[in-house]
Design a protein around this ligand. Sequence first.
Ligand code: AMP
Length: 636
Amino acid sequence: MSHGSLKWKPGSAVPYAALCKTFELIDATTKRLQILAYLTTFLKQVIERSPDDLVACIYLCLNRIGPEYEGKELGIGESILIKAVAQATGLSAQSIKQDVAEQGDLGTVAQARRGHQKTMFPPPPLTVASVLKTLREIANITGQSSQALKINKINKLLVACKDNEPKYLIRSLEGKLRIGLAEQSILQALAHAGALADPKVEKMGEEKRAAVLSEAAATLKHVYNELPNYDEIIPAMLTHGIPALPLHCKLRPGVPLKPMLAHPTKSLLDVLNRFENVEFTCEYKYDGERAQIHLIESGDVMVYSRNSENLSVKYPDIVEALPQVFKQGTKSFVLDCEAVAWDREKQCILPFQVLSTRKRKDVQAADVQVQVCVFAFDLLYLNGKPLTGETLQTRRALLIEHFIEVPGVFALAKHMESKDVEEIQTFLDEAVVGNCEGLMVKTLTTTSTYEPSKRSRNWLKVKKDYLAGLGDTFDLCVIGAYVGRGKRTGVYGAFLLACYDEEREEWQSICKIGTGFTESDLTTLHATLTPHIIPSPRSYYRYTDSPNLTPDVWFAPHAVWEVKAADLSVSPVHHAAVGLVDRNKGVSLRFPRFVRVREDKKAEEATNAGQVGCENVVGFCFVCFVEEAGGVEFEQ
Ligand code: AMP
C-alpha cells in the first residue's frame, strides 16, 4: 500500500487507527493534491474492503455526527474534556491544563500522556463505526448527571486509544480536527475514490481518467448541494455509481439546501456593464433574515436559516400562517424568502435591528411581539419537482401562479425590469425609502438557474452603502478582547477580530475594533462573550504576538459581528488573506466600526479569506503593495 497507510482485512470493520493514520499523513502536509491523494487512497480502500463503514468515515473526516442541518452537536466543553483526559491518564486536571497552556492543544497533550501508560487488560481496538456510535451517544446524553456520563464515555474511548488515536479523538471531541481538511476536499476525494472503485477507470489512460475524475467530483458536489445528506448519497453512490447519482438523489422538501449568494457591485453602471447582453430583473433587497420555507407532503412546514439551522421554533407564526399563502392542490414546495420585521399598524417594513430583538427559542405564536412579513423571491421545488435547473423567469411564473399574497404576512419580492439606469436608480431609491438594503439584480432567462451554495455572478447586490462610498460590511469572528479602561472599566474596551480561511481552517486576525459600540452594547457583549473565554489562543489562530495587539482575554471562535470599514490595506501585523494579496503579509480593515451581532452566522461562516483578498471587495480603494527593486511603494 502506498503512502504508508494502514491495511485491514476485507469485510471487517475499518480500524480507527487506519483513519487516524490517514489524518496524520494529511496533517503533515499543506499540499492540496497530496491531501487529496491520501484521503482518496484511504476511501478507496474503505469502498473495496468495508463499504458499510464509508458513511462513518466521512462523518469523522468532517467532524460531524450527522447531517449538518440536523444541528446535532456533541456539546462538550473544554473543562469536561480536561477532566476526561485527567481521569484516563491518572493525572490531575490542573497538570493537564498546564500542559495545554504550554503545548496549545489538548489532543497533543492527551496523546503524549496516554503514551506513557500501560494497561493490564487492553480493550479491543477502536473502529471507526464504534467511535462514531459513541460520539452520537454522547451527543444524546442530557439531564442532571450528563457531565459524569459524558466523561465516562470519553474515558472508555481514551483508554482504548493507541498511538496517535488520542490526539485525533480529542480534537474530534473539541469539534475541530485542524488538519486542513475542508469539506470540498472531502467531497472531491469521495468522488475520486468512488470513480476509481470501477476497475475500468483505474485502467484508463491518464488524460481520460483525469476527465472522468473531474466529472465525478462535479456531479457529487452538485448532488450534495441539492441534498446535503451523506446518509442518503453514499449508499446511492455505492449502488448506482456517481454518474447516475443525480437520478437517485434530488433536492427534496425537508432537507435544506445551501442558498445561492450574490456578488457585490460598485454602482448601477457596473451592473449594466456586467449584464450588458442578458435579460435581467431588479428586486428589492429586503433587510431581514433569510428563510427557506419547506412544505412536505405530510403537511409539515419547516423554516430554515441561511446556514440550514431549523428556525421553525423561532417563527411559529410563519409556520401557522403558511396554509393561507398557497393555492389548493399545492402539496409540496421549497421557497427562498426573506423574513422581515413588519409594523402592522403602519403597514410597513421595519429595520433589521427590530427583527434582531426577536427571541430565537421557545417562541409561542400568540406571544410574538415583533411581527414578520415574508417576502418570497424564489421557488426551488414544487409538487414533487425540483426547479433549480429552470430559469428564474419560469420559477417566478410558478411562484406567482401557486402562491397568494396576504397583506402583512406574505408577499412576493417587488421587482421591475428595465435597462434604463435612471429607472433603476428610482427603483433603488424607493427600495431604500421602504427600509430595504438596496437591490438584487438577477439574470432572468439565460444562465439564470438556481446555483445552491454559490456566490454567483448571476446575482448582483447593490447596497445603498456602496453607493454612499462606505463600502461593504464584513462578518468577522471575535477571537479576543482588551480590558476596558476609563469609561469602559468593567467591560471590554476593544476586541480582536478575525476572518476565516477555509482552506487552512484557521482564523486570521484582521483588525482591532473599538468604535461603533454604545454603552449598552458593551455591557451586553461583555456578558455574552465571557462564557466563551479560553485560557490561551487556539493553535489555529493567526495573529501577531505584540504588546499592542495581543488581547488580554481570548475567546473560542463563536461570536460573529458585522463590521463596516472605510478601507482595506496591506498590513504588517494582521494576517487576513495572507498569501492572496501579498506573499507574506495580510490585509487589515481601516477604521472598522461595529454594526451588529450576526446571530444567524456560525464562526466558520465569517467572511472568508478569499472574500477579503478578492478584487470583488467593492467600494474600497484597495491599497496594493508592490515591492520594487528600489524599495517599497503603495499603489491605489
Ligand atoms: P448579503 O448577505 O449582503 O450577501 O446579501 C444576500 C442576502 O440578501 C440573502 O442571503 C438574503 O437573505 C437577502 N435578500 C434580501 N432580498 C433578497 C432578494 N430579493 N433576493 C435574494 N436575496 C435577498
